[in-house]
Every structure is written in structure tokens, then in C-alpha cells.
Design a protein around this ligand. Sequence first.
Ligand SMILES: C[S@@+](CC[C@H](N)C(=O)[O-])C[C@H]1O[C@@H](n2cnc3c(N)ncnc32)[C@H](O)[C@@H]1O
Length: 359
Amino acid sequence: MATMDKQRRAEFLSRMTGIMNGGALSLMCSIGHKTGLFDTMSSMEPATSHEIAEAAGLNERYVREWLAAVSAGGVVDYDAEAGTFHLPPEHAGLLTRASGPLNLTTYCQYVALLGQVEDEVVTAFREGGGVPYDRFPAFQTLVAESSGQRLDKALISQVVPLLPGGYDRLAAGIDVADVGCGSGRALNLLAAEFPQSRFTGFDIAEHALERGRAMAAERGSTNITFEAADAAQIAHNEEFDLITTFDAIHDQAKPDTVLKAIFNALRPGGTYLCVEPKASSHLHENLDLPMAPMMYTISTMHCMTVSLAYDGDGLGTAWGEQLAIEKLTDAGFVDIQVGGIADDRANTYFVMNKPGGPG
Ligand SMILES: C[S@@+](CC[C@H](N)C(=O)[O-])C[C@H]1O[C@@H](n2cnc3c(N)ncnc32)[C@H](O)[C@@H]1O
């Protein structure tokens, strides 16, 4: 029998305790976000549970228990003598809606969401297959919220400049498609900024498209349409000058077919922007990424399993840069540029062309 390294065991016990507490606190941070407690506390001086509950319009007993959990977890400061709780500004900047893309509580919501399908994922471990999209009814809303806080801040100012001729081409008027557009936030932002261009969103989730349509109607944008379509079978040939995918290739059942469909839908000389989670295709190069455990967990319990549910390739969230370049090249794309933006450290921005076109 191997000898036990007691020091190593003690360290791991401490690590496991941290894991259990971290999982639990993710739920508390998610609740702090959904109830608006962090937003409320960010503008309050140190206050009692009664004052905080009243300011947030919530039940005091629940708020007091939540405050105990987040104080014990070092999220909120507790003054035992005064009986008050305070959210320090250094923490508020990472926990509130006002923090935009830095609001990490949005991502804390994934723990509860993925927990809803845990038993089905366990069954898939035993029997193969996967958990299909319709078992994640709240997923679209959550993705829209987390990607939305990034897109609102950076789409026009940081992402558009990555595209060849970026702002000018869009301002002059081109045909743009977003494949796997979800709730259509990216397209709605672009459609409002570039009224001369025409925008089409494709997704299989009709309820997500409905939200995209509602946002377009609210903003009075008439240059945007949403089509329910399987990305592997886009019935458009050489009709777009620019196609984008945001976080929408790795969970496809047939990513190669989708990339080929995108290639065919582009006009010669057209541009494809493919945004995918920042990762290497080699596990050992991902181990030190700050969010690697979260990335592989979301993959196991959503991105990979939805693909396998449709007998797909199951690429996984961390399919990575090397494999992406290989597949993009196989689809026919050229001049593949690998980049990123300041306000989105978690994704890689691949920009490339379809050969041909004027000149
Ligand atoms: C992770 S979400 C990203 C949504 C959106 N692009 C965003 O960033 O907020 C992936 C999207 O791809 C869509 N999708 C998955 N498979 C698809 C397929 N075969 N055809 C069209 N859309 C698909 C899903 O419904 C989902 O909206």
C-alpha cells in the first residue's frame, strides 16, 4: 500500500473545504444578484439586516441568513459590535450590475442552473448520449445576460475594429448574419449603430429569437430579422458580407458542417468573426487558466452534453485555439487572425476571410 503523505492530505482537506464553501457561496452570490441585494448594499453605509432588508424590499429573516453566509465567506464585512454589514467598494465593483462586464455574480448563476440537470448528466456518464437543449430552459436567458454585459461595453468600440474595414464597411451598408445568435443582443446593438446595414440572426431556439425580435421592435430597428434555422443547414448561398458567431460553434452537434455552411453563406471575400472560449486544445496548457475548472464544468454539464445529445462531436468548451484553426482552415477560410479584446479576457476572437471577391 502506498504511504500516506500527511502534509499533502491536510493541504487537500483544506482545498476540499474551500471547494465546498466556494460552491455554496456561488449560490449565495447568485441569490445576491437575483434579489438585487448586492446592488442595494453597494450604495449603503454599514447597516443592520433590518435596514438592508427594508432597503431591498426583502424578507428580513432570509436576508439575515444570507448576510451570515456571505460574511463568513468574506464577501461582506461584518461588525459584530455594531451588528452591521457592509459591502466594501472593492467587492462591489465585482458584484453589481453597475460593474458591467466585471460583474462576476452573473457567472455564479451557472452553478444552480447546471445543478438542475446533474442527475441527467450522471445518467449520460453511464449510458452515453447527452442532455438536450430543451432541458436547460433558463440557459438562453443566462447566456444573454452574461454575454450582454460584455457586448454592451465592447461590441462597437472593441470588436468592430478587429474586422477588416470594420466601422466604415458597416456604416456604408453590408449584409451581416449572426449564427447561433441566441437572444440577438449583438445584432440589435449593431443594427442600431449601423442603420445602413442589414442584419439576420439564425438560431434553433425560437423563444430566444422572440426576445431578439422584441428588442428590435422596442428600439424601432427595421434592418434586422431573425430566422429559426439549424446552423448546419443555412439556406443562404453567398448572401452575406460578414458572418459572426459568438460562443456558438463548440456546442454544435456538427461543427464542421456548420463552419462549411457559414463559408457557403458568405460572399467571396467576405469576413467571418468566430468568438470562442479562450483555451488551448491541450489540457496541460489550460490547467493554470483562472477559470479552467468552471470552463470544463460548464462543458461537461452543458456544452459537451448538448452536442452529444444529438449524436454530435461533443467538442467541449475548451476545444481550443489549435483545433479551431484546423477546422476553420478545413472549412476553406484564409488569413485567420487570432486576437482578443481588453474587456473580454475569456474569449478568443478569430477573424478570417473567404477567398475571392473584388480585386
Ligand atoms: C452559448 S449560446 C450563445 C448565444 C449568443 N451568441 C450569445 O453569445 O449570447 C449558443 C447558441 O447557439 C444556438 N444553437 C445551438 N445549436 C444550434 C444549431 N444547430 N443551429 C442554430 N443555433 C444553434 C443555441 O440555441 C444558443 O442560442
